[in-house]
Ligand binder design. Structure first.
Ligand SMILES: Nc1ncnc2c1ncn2[C@@H]1O[C@H](COP(=O)(O)OP(=O)(O)O)[C@@H](O)[C@H]1O
Ligand SMILES: CC(=O)OP(=O)(O)O
Ligand SMILES: [Mg+2]
Length: 397
């Protein structure tokens, strides 16, 4: 019996699952959330139904990973770190360099660091996670699984921007997308739920968490995706603006007398739900405020929802129809109202949710109404399972 741990660092969370291998049974799992906010929250499930839950601030991802390492021993999940012989890390940006998962060595770590500009909120934090685990488990088999891999072979028509071609040739300036591990997992599950080969389906997968992206899937592959060169592009996110006219960067930089880099930083950290509402980056907080009558919080929710609708609509046109729209990640899995509003808006193409079936959180389920022509599927993502499967694949190579 051996144990493998999958670490999934998102922009606002560190999630993990500890697996017994090769059975893939989950021994422990957890979510350390609201990283960077005044108060964070830790939830760890382990043993036979035991649960550790507490409010505790996570100033950074480094603090969260240290907390996780501490709790693994403190809660008796492992007696010794050496019981874990393989570690998988989710890394957002792999650029043109990593088209598949990679066994981590010094060179791979250097590359992940070098790709930080491709995912400034993620790669540096994820590299810290790799280092923290390397310190306690120097001999474990360590693998990096990249969000961008799934989109690496997107048709050039969608991967390329309408910019001078040399930008792509010389500097790799293209759309890389993100959340690929999640889009790949939910698409595979959707095909299983619908009882059809994935290759025969047209799907639109909506990964809506703190970071959010929408992907069009055709012939089992990523056909188009809303995130761009970095995870800043596309729909509105917790703190990220999504698409903006790039001319605004210099315009506002001059007004504020700051550099373009500082504006990009503000588009990453001070925008999205937080920037519009002025209340919080967390969807739950913004919804509470909107219900209390806060107009800017309401506007933030409207903009957020409408962006997703626009992407789904344009991907339907691109795919020439769609069999199912899939909802996943923090908001997609937990926010019934969000799913309902999207389905209502898309009722004209035959999408509809059944209120009773939709009244659920984090459960894999077909939530479509009986007469829906376009299925609505709720599929909790499992990036960690994909990570351990990639570890096994590379271990057996
Ligand atoms: N019950 C809920 N209703 C609405 N939003 C929720 C709910 N639970 C979690 N969320 C949102 O999910 C987001 C986190 O999504 P998640 O996918 O876990 O994060 P990350 O992008 O960091 O991986 C937070 O912004 C939070 O507001
Ligand atoms: C790429 C990205 O935005 O990831 P997350 O949603 O986990 O922050
Ligand atoms: Mg995530």
């Amino acid at each position: 019996m051996s144990k493998t741990i999958a670490i999934n660092a998102g922009s606002s969370t560190v999630k993990f699952k500890l697996f017994d291998m090769p059975s893939e049974a989950v021994i422990a799992e957890g979510n350390l959330e609201r990283i960077g906010l005044e108060m964070g929250h830790a939830k760890i499930k382990y043993g036979d139904g035991q649960k550790h839950e507490e409010d505790t601030p996570f100033a950074s991802h480094e603090v969260a990973v240290e907390y996780l390492l501490h709790q693994l021993k403190n809660l008796g999940i492992v007696a010794d770190y050496n019981e874990i012989d393989a570690v998988g890390h989710r890394i957002v940006a792999g650029g043109e360099y990593f088209k598949d998962s990679a066994v981590i060595d010094d060179k791979v770590m250097e590359q992940i660091d070098a790709l930080s500009e491709y995912a400034p909120l993620h790669n540096p934090a994820e590299l810290q996670g790799i280092k923290a685990f390397k310190e306690v488990l120097p001999d474990a088999f360590a693998v990096a699984v990249f969000d961008t891999s799934f989109h690496a072979d997107m048709p050039k028509m969608n991967a390329l921007y309408s910019t001078p071609y040399e930008w792509y040739e010389k500097f790799g300036a293209r759309r890389y997308g993100a959340h690929g591990t999640s889009h790949r997992y939910v698409a595979t599950r959707a095909a299983e739920m619908l009882g059809k080969p994935l290759e025969d389906l047209k799907l639109i997968t909506c990964h809506i968490g703190a970071g959010a992206s929408v992907t069009a899937i055709k012939n089992g592959k990523s056909y188009d995706t809303s995130m761009g060169f970095t995870p800043l592009a596309g729909v509105t996110m917790a703190t990220r603006s999504g698409d903006v006219d790039p001319s605004m960067v210099n315009f506002v930089a001059k007004k504020l007398n700051v550099s373009g880099d500082e504006i990009i930083d503000m588009l990453n950290h001070d925008s999205g739900l937080l920037g519009i509402s002025g209340v919080s980056s967390d969807m739950r907080d913004v919804e509470v405020e909107a219900n209390n009558g806060n107009e800017r919080a309401k506007l933030a929710l409207d903009i957020n929802l409408n962006r997703v609708v626009k992407y789904i609509g344009s991907y339907m046109a691109e795919l020439g129809g769609v069999d199912a729209v899939v909802f996943t990640a923090g908001v997609g899995e937990n926010d019934a109202n969000f799913r309902k509003q999207i389905a209502d808006q898309l009722a004209f193409v035959g999408m509809g949710v059944d209120d009773e079936k939709n009244n659920v959180r984090g459960v894999e389920r077909d939530i479509s109404s009986a007469d829906a022509k376009v299925k609505a599927l709720l599929i909790p993502t499992d990036e960690e399972l994909m990570i351990v499967r990639d570890i096994e694949r590379l271990r057996n190579k």
